[in-house]
Design a protein around this ligand. Structure first.
Ligand code: PLP
Length: 354
């Protein structure tokens, strides 16, 4: 079965086999070697300097990393502006609410992405805002946010960025030269590991002013102890084995650029196959990620029939979410997928819609 949902992804044989590594006590040096390898490997994906950045591991799903980032990096006297263009932006607002963080939102059209003029106007009018939170790849629609443009507006107003990169880290470009304080990610999307480990790549300077609003998700404690080859809690050891193996595989494959190119080839092939049978993409050309794309569900086919038909052919796709739950379907091209599999997918899609 190929998982074309946005995580967890289809594993490669080598990542699956890595799960059978030796039992480890998380208080022994062998575990800390593994932890160090995962942390170094995450920074290496974007060639980041460990003196300036820390990859902080968490045992939990992607949301744990996002929550840890938001609850920790916004200082006690900080104020957060959340850009909402889909359910994951809305989730960051919900997290800010839970932790009592001073915040405001700028909700925008789900299909159009953040409005840069509105952002500039808001930052000019709300001088108390210290941080902007944005989803790089809004998996709700597949829309890729223009981080560079948002970063430029933030820089002009002296505001720092928090990025939900859960469905983009490892598959899309992330320019860490932007005024980014932290990016949240997970092992089981573009990195092709298994669920259980998430992480935040955080600017060390930002940890100095971090707040302690959470206990388990306190990023500063996690970073401090991990830097000392320690860990506060029991980590998902086997997920770390898989992450380290998946990072090695990514490196050998040519890094995020090569993976991006492969995703793009697959996403374009699926989109072209669908176009030929009259199924239109949700978003205008050039605004989708390569990681996942959304398509308008034609009236002639119900989502259930589409899903079940494809599942019979060995492919699990994904429904829409939130207000798009009934009108779209989504296809992700993450995971251990190869050209022949995509050809078969296009064949199955063509059969369904013709
Ligand atoms: C998948 C995802 C998350 C986190 O989801 P989990 O189910 O907690 O792993 C967060 N943000 C985005 C953009 C995602 O795609």
């Amino acid at each position: 079965m190929f998982l074309l949902n946005p995580g967890p992804v289809t594993l490669s044989p080598r990542v699956r086999e890595s799960l059978l590594g030796p039992d480890l006590c998380h208080r022994e040096p062998e575990f800390f070697d593994l932890q160090d390898a995962a942390r170094a490997g995450l920074l290496a994906v974007y060639d980041l300097d460990p003196a300036e950045w820390a990859a902080v591991l968490l045992t939990g799903s992607g949301t744990a990393a996002v929550e840890s980032m938001v609850a920790s990096v916004v200082p006690a006297d900080g104020r957060l502006l959340v850009l909402e263009n889909g359910v994951y932006g809305e989730r960051m607002t919900a997290i800010a609410e839970c932790h009592g963080i001073a915040h405001e939102t700028l909700a925008g059209d789900w299909l159009a992405g953040p409005d840069l003029d509105a952002l500039a106007a808001r930052l000019a009018g709300s001088p108390a805002v210290t941080h902007v939170a944005v989803v790089q790849h809004e998996t709700t629609t597949g829309r890729l946010t223009d981080l560079a443009a948002i970063g430029a507006v933030c820089r002009a107003h002296g505001v720092r960025l928090l990025v939900d990169g859960v469905s983009s880290f490892g598959g899309e470009e992330i320019d860490f030269g932007l005024p980014i304080d932290a990016v949240a990610g997970t092992a089981n999307k573009c990195l092709h590991g298994v669920p259980g480990i998430a992480f935040a790549v955080v600017r060390r300077a930002a940890l100095a002013s971090a707040a302690q609003r959470a206990y388990y998700l306190d990023l500063t404690r996690l970073a401090t102890l991990q830097d000392q080859r320690n860990t506060p809690f029991t980590p998902a050891v086997q997920s770390l084995y898989a992450l380290v193996e998946a990072l090695a595989e990514l490196r050998e494959e040519g890094g995020w650029r090569e993976r991006h190119a492969r995703y793009a080839r697959y996403a374009d092939a699926a989109g072209e196959g669908l176009r030929r049978v009259g199924v239109a993409p949700l978003l205008p050309a050039g605004t989708s990620s390569v990681v996942l794309r959304s398509y308008r569900l034609p009236d002639s086919v119900t989502y259930t029939d589409l899903h079940d038909g494809l599942k019979d052919e060995g492919f699990v796709i994904y429904a829409g979410q939130g207000k798009l739950a009934k009108s779209i379907f989504r296809i992700s091209t993450m995971g251990d997928l190869h050209d022949a599999d995509v050809e078969r997918l296009v064949g199955a899609l063509t059969k369904t819609f013709s």
